[in-house]
Design a protein around this ligand. Structure first.
Ligand code: NAD
Ligand code: UDP
Length: 318
């Protein structure tokens, strides 16, 4: 029975990936410090016979974990407010944590998948963004701790492939959303969903003309597993959904789905906020036959239903 390590396994994406790997019959260990993850994301697995949680910071020397066949490296704060809260920690997680995860994969002879990001393209001059685009990233701005941390992690992966023969692959994930996102993570989907459910104004940064392409988490997880299991994968791959929306369009759609009569309120655009983003998915289509299946409307409806269910017990207590 394959044994799989998921660093960041108590996070939003990580917990959905863990569910999928367990459903496939694997043994799964989640390594997570809960710095941005939540116990609630994996509480349903507390008594699962093939699941184990190791609470640990990936920066610190790793405890003995046994041998793995696959290592998914997802540990990193991911929302701009969270990764900017302690930027040096974010850089160290992505550089030192990825180094430890790669060393573990090398030691075990395990296949390795790095969760990289569309942020590697920065504020892109090329649109949509293919994997060959090298990006326009500020090394000095407030997003650099994440963007450059992830770029350094990619370089580490490439060098472990060349110099140490590790079977490492890199996936650049574009904005992904769905159930279990931390209501306080500050990302646009969680902000809009929870603001609308509370009947508060939706905070539109910079007028909302900037674009993103939102991927429902089930589509992403399907792509992650298919890429990991590919016999001769491309070294780096975009995954996401290539339907592009302005942030103002997203606000209007959330408001419509919640049927909330809430206003949109303007807020300043954060520094270095990318003006547009859409994945070029041709490589994923050719290599994996990957196609996102869940529309934004459907994915948001599922996310809203989950957020409502999370809110309901608290409301009763209050
Ligand atoms: P998340 O914050 O919900 O999950 C990250 C998990 O990593 C959390 O459980 C957190 O506790 C853990 N973690 C962070 N630093 C750690 C450390 N030093 N030691 C141990 N655990 C640590 O975020 P997410 O959205 O699930 O993102 C998962 C991964 O996917 C991240 O690597 C992120 O950069 C990448 N990614 C996500 C998106 C997205 O839109 N969700 C987009 C691009 C890339
Ligand atoms: N954004 C917004 N209101 C919010 C949160 C974010 O208008 O309450 C904008 C933000 O400026 C960015 C986009 O939504 O242009 C996506 O932001 P998010 O933090 O979700 O992800 P990222 O910027 O990393 O793509």
């Amino acid at each position: 029975m394959p044994r799989i390590l998921v660093t960041g396994g108590a996070g939003f994406v990580g917990s959905h990936l863990v569910d999928r790997l367990l459903a496939d019959g694997h043994q799964v260990v989640a390594l997570d410090s809960f710095v941005t993850g939540r116990v609630a994301n994996i509480a349903h697995l507390a008594h699962h016979p093939r699941f184990a949680l190791v609470e640990h910071d990936v920066i610190a020397p790793w405890p003995s974990l046994g041998r793995f066949d696959r290592v998914y490296n997802l540990a990193s704060p991911a929302s701009p407010p969270k990764y900017q809260r302690d930027p040096i920690f974010t850089l160290r997680t992505n550089v030192e944590g990825t180094l430890r995860a790669l060393e573990k994969a090398e030691h075990d002879g395990a296949r390795f998948l790095q969760a990289s990001t569309s942020e590697c393209y920065g504020d892109p001059e090329v649109h949509p963004q293919p994997e060959t685009y090298r990006g326009a990233v500020s090394t000095l701005g407030p997003r650099a701790c994440y963007d450059e941390g992830k770029r350094a992690a990619e370089a580490l992966c490439a060098d472990f492939v060349r110099a140490r023969g590790v079977d490492a692959r890199i996936v650049r994930i574009f904005n992904t959303y769905g159930p279990r996102m931390d209501p306080g993570d500050g990302r646009v989907v969680t902000n809009f969903v929870h603001q609308a459910l509370r009947g508060e104004p939706l905070t539109l940064y910079g007028g909302g003309r900037q674009t993103r392409s939102f991927c429902y988490v089930d589509d992403l997880v399907r792509g992650l597993v298919a890429y990991m299991e590919h016999g001769s994968p491309p070294p780096v791959l975009n995954l996401g959904n290539d339907t592009e929306h302005t942030i103002a369009e997203l606000a209007v759609l959330v408001r419509e789905l919640v049927a909330a009569d809430v206003p949109l309120v303007g807020r300043p655009l954060p520094k270095d906020d990318p003006t547009r983003r859409r994945p070029d998915l041709r490589r994923a289509r050719t290599a994996l036959g990957y196609r996102p299946r869940v529309s934004l409307r459907e994915g948001l409806a599922r996310t809203l239903a989950h957020a409502q269910a999370e809110l309901a017990p608290r409301r009763r207590v209050a």
